[in-house]
Design a protein around this ligand. Structure first.
Ligand SMILES: *Cc1c(COP(=O)(O)O)cnc(C)c1O
Length: 389
């Protein structure tokens, strides 16, 4: 053979049996079949063998299998991000003419999809009070195809009575999906609570280092594996094996990171609660958080993200000054990584409350809590003297 052909068709051999502790990164679009008769195109690679890279290389399937194992799911589809996971669930369960329910405390871009893409497809998504509990039954219509839950809610942190919602939905044969990102799939046991579909932004705690975007959609049964899988396959939600490899690495330290993040976050949240400038601390383990008793009943721990609200004497402009005075807390979206973050929501409103720019969200990272408190204290003190002056 010419050397140019040898570049593509090698007869070299490396020894087999390299037993590393790490999971190899398998890249590939084309998968090679042995015989012409073996050629099939099917997304169910667990049962049919490998067919095409879009359905996941072994690295990606390993990540899905491990998340399913930890969550107690029947199967987990790994998708390009948390928002992609939400889209997959919506597009699986809702068609033109469907009605769906989503708490008003849900992740912002999820509600944006409901009012944009889904509305355009003739799907009506109605928002509900996250504190609704069993009364969700009154909102269920004959065409209700999906009920979303997200607990705690994004930014305003409301804990939902997921068991009560599941019971009401079950009575009407409506599937329930849970965005379990806050709980990292572990602090709230979605499938023990009979949720049908559980999604996570793996971008947050599983990734854990702010360097990847991935999502997961886990299902409770073989029927839902077929139903979600068929739409997942049609949408072509392929995932990079390199990102999956980083998420597999993140999983190894998830336990110890969550433990440390919980204790540091509680230290900072409790310190903030005692500050006179602050009216409310919205952290599920603190009694001010709506649904705190449900958190105590249903969760095995708390995580690193929480919000607080300044008192009415503090203007929105002064809140921005406070945020800009922080040095260890970096300003940026997302959370669940190793670095502390601060985010301000000048337009945050809920049907029962306008926060008037006084709501701030923190993500606590792996820094020493004393240093984080010193940073907050400096910013509050500077800002306090301005309030007085
Ligand atoms: C961040 C987040 C998402 C979206 O995740 P991406 O990976 O950024 O798309 C979805 N749900 C919740 C609750 C989130 O916090």
């Amino acid at each position: 053979m010419h050397w140019r052909s040898k570049l593509l068709h090698s007869s070299s051999h490396t020894p087999e049996g390299f037993r590393s502790l790490s999971i190899p990164i398998y890249r590939g679009s084309t998968v090679v079949f042995d015989k012409a008769a073996d050629i099939i195109d099917d997304w169910r690679q667990e049962t049919h063998g490998y067919t095409y890279g879009i359905y996941g290389s072994p690295t990606v399937l390993e990540l899905g299998a491990r998340i399913a194992e930890i969550e107690g799911a029947h199967h987990c589809f790994v998708v390009p991000g948390g928002q992609a996971a939400i889209a997959l669930v919506y597009l699986t369960f809702c068609q033109a003419g469907s009605h769906g329910l989503v708490p008003y405390s849900a992740y912002g871009p999820s509600k944006e999809m409901a009012g944009g893409l889904l509305k355009g497809l003739g799907i009506e998504i109605e928002t509900y009070d996250p504190a609704i509990g069993a009364e969700i039954a009154e909102l269920i219509r004959p065409n209700t195809a999906l009920i979303w839950t997200e607990s705690p809610g994004s930014v305003t942190m409301e804990i939902q009575d997921v068991p009560a919602i599941v019971a009401a939905a079950r009575a009407h044969g409506v599937p329930v999906a849970l965005d379990n990102t806050y709980a990292a799939g572990v602090l709230f046991d979605a499938f023990k609570h009979d949720v049908n579909v559980c999604v996570q932004a793996l971008t947050k705690y599983v990734g854990g280092h702010s360097d990847l975007l991935l999502g997961s959609v886990s299902v409770s049964s073989p029927e839902l594996y077929e139903k979600v899988g068929s739409v997942w396959n049609q949408l072509g939600m392929a995932v990079s094996p390199d990102d999956a490899s980083l998420a597999l690495r993140g999983l190894q330290t998830l336990g110890i990171r969550l433990e440390r993040l919980e204790s540091s976050t509680l230290t900072v949240a409790k310190w903030l609660k005692d500050r006179p400038e602050i009216e409310t601390v919205l952290h599920p383990a603190l009694p001010d958080c709506p649904g705190h008793d449900l958190w105590k009943r249903d969760f095995s721990g708390s995580a690193s993200v929480f919000s607080f609200v300044f008192g009415p004497e503090i203007s929105a402009g002064k809140v921005l000054t406070f945020v800009d005075s922080l040095t260890l807390f970096r300003k940026g979206f997302s959370w669940g990584g190793t670095t502390s973050l601060v985010m301000v929501y000048p337009d945050m409103r809920r049907p029962n409350r306008d926060y008037e720019g006084r709501l701030v969200r923190l993500n606590i990272g792996l820094e020493e809590p004393d240093d984080l408190i010193a940073d907050l204290s400096r910013a509050l003190d500077r800002f306090g003297s301005r309030v007085e002056g």
